[in-house]
Design a protein around this ligand. Structure first.
Ligand SMILES: [Zn+2]
Length: 234
């Protein structure tokens, strides 16, 4: 009997201390946008219609990510209006050839994430590799525009979020030139991504598997405490 009570007390203490020691563990479907990311929804910059709905395919599961730059003439892009007009012009030119803007997300020089083509649709950003592939555009021409620290921080945080949310393996995070004959995403962004891979900046800090284990343990502990309580009361 004494052992049961001691075990129940130890379990209870561990249960209380667990979130403090190891952090909380949201289930994947409850994952929110990271607090340090600023998200701009499509409705804030574009109308909701899809230019050519007959040309669009549904996205059936997400397993990979590809990073691009826009490759357009360098622009200062200092004001909100300049950034927005750049994204609007990309959507306009893509809509002539494709169903809508080809990228799912656009990262601006301030590190903010603009929603492009809704994620329920397959993108149009790497010929022959669009299925299951999230397209991210880093705004600017990174042969000339030096990627800003804020922009890179936003991009890397967002890549980590997508990897964790959709359990995307590291080898499935590619740049456009790693999949096709192209200079995209530009020299400077490619260099920054190579550095980030080496230094571990794209690594998810807590693996989803570890989170599931913690949740499982908390559930087990709750069951054990419940059973111990019943025994004590009996
Ligand atoms: Zn590209």
């Amino acid at each position: 009997m004494l052992m049961v009570i001691l075990f129940a007390i130890a379990g209870l203490l561990l249960w209380i201390a667990w979130p403090v020691l190891f952090g909380t563990s949201p289930r994947p479907e409850e994952t929110k946008w990271p607090e340090n990311l600023y998200f701009i929804s499509r409705s804030e910059w574009a109308d909701q219609s899809i230019s050519h709905p007959e040309d669009i395919e549904p996205m059936s599961g997400i397993t990979r990510v590809t990073i691009h730059h826009d490759g357009m003439p360098p622009l200062p892009m200092k004001t909100e209006a300049q950034i927005k007009s750049r994204i609007v012009s990309i959507r306009k030119s893509h809509s002539k050839k494709y169903a809508d803007i080809g990228y799912h997300y656009i990262v601006d020089p301030r590190g903010r994430i603009w929603e492009g083509r809704p994620l329920q649709y397959q993108g149009a950003h790497v010929q022959g590799h669009n299925s299951n592939n999230v397209g991210i555009l880093f705004l600017g021409n990174t042969y000339k525009d030096i990627p800003t620290a804020e922009g890179l921080d936003g991009l890397f945080t967002f890549i980590r979020y997508l990897k964790q949310r959709y359990k995307i393996p590291a080898e499935n995070v590619k740049t456009h030139r790693e999949l096709a004959q192209t200079g995209c995403p530009g020299k400077l962004l490619q260099e920054e991504l190579d550095k980030a891979r080496k230094s571990g900046k794209l690594k998810v800090r807590v693996s989803p598997g570890f989170r599931i284990d913690i949740e499982d343990w908390i559930r087990k502990l709750e069951t054990w405490i419940g059973e111990a309580k019943k025994l004590i009361e009996a």
